[in-house]
Design a protein around this ligand. Sequence first.
Ligand code: BG6
Length: 276
Amino acid sequence: KDDAHGLDKVVLKTPQGASSEVFLHGAHVTSFKTASGKDVMFLSKESVFKPPKAIRGGVPVCFPQFGQLGPLGQHGFARNTAFEVVESSDSSVTLLLKASGREDERYPHPFELRVSVKLEDEALTQEMTATNTGDKPMDFTCALHTYFSVSSIEKVHVEGLDGVGYTDSLQGGKPLTQDGPVVFRQEVDRIYLATPDTIKIVDEGAGSCVEITKTGFPDAVVWNPWIDKSKAMGDFGDDEYQVMLCIEPAVAGSGAVTLAPGKRWTGTQSLALSNL
Ligand code: BG6
């Protein structure tokens, strides 16, 4: 149990001193500290740890829907639901959600969602596997909605998306093309489509870089709420937009995955830390 909030969590460690915390509520990673002492993830000081509300920060698992791309509530219900632990070691854990299809009448599909987390000294890998356990085809979109901690948002840029097409959620999904690195001087909420599998957050202020490597997720969402949206979110500090950034491997703008009965889909992300 987590002392501060009374919720069940698993603490992962490596012999060299890296650590990570994973809450059963939402299979939600809330922290990743490397052996060299860097705190990679952002967790809001205003986060509410009261299920079914999702935790604000870390890595909410958005499933079976990303955002508003379907009939369900924003980002689907996995992040609002308790998972069970099915396997664990000092540095890894696998969590499972067995959905009966009766969780939400708008999504009458039984499925299993397995989320595993593996910690290394300077890296963290998450794997998400969805299996259709029903007898009808099942469509889903999803994301590993990762909140990164940054020194100062204006000292950060994102590499790996130059020339990639995106839809701008702040302009009604207008299709645009990225020119150069992504920088943050205002609210950003974009779905980059069919991106390369490696994206880098370069933090000049911290002198460090996070390399995100994804498989299975064609798209990547880039989000910073900036001033007005930060104020509008009750579980997010007014100034916290300055020290966070979301890059989210996703199945989103490129279209849903359709899983036939008995079939399985897997997506992964690995986060690796290095100095500039
Ligand atoms: C991002 C979306 O993935 O999540 C944003 O692109 C949204 O539009 C953000 O504001 C946070 O969503 P929520 O539901 O956690 O407040």
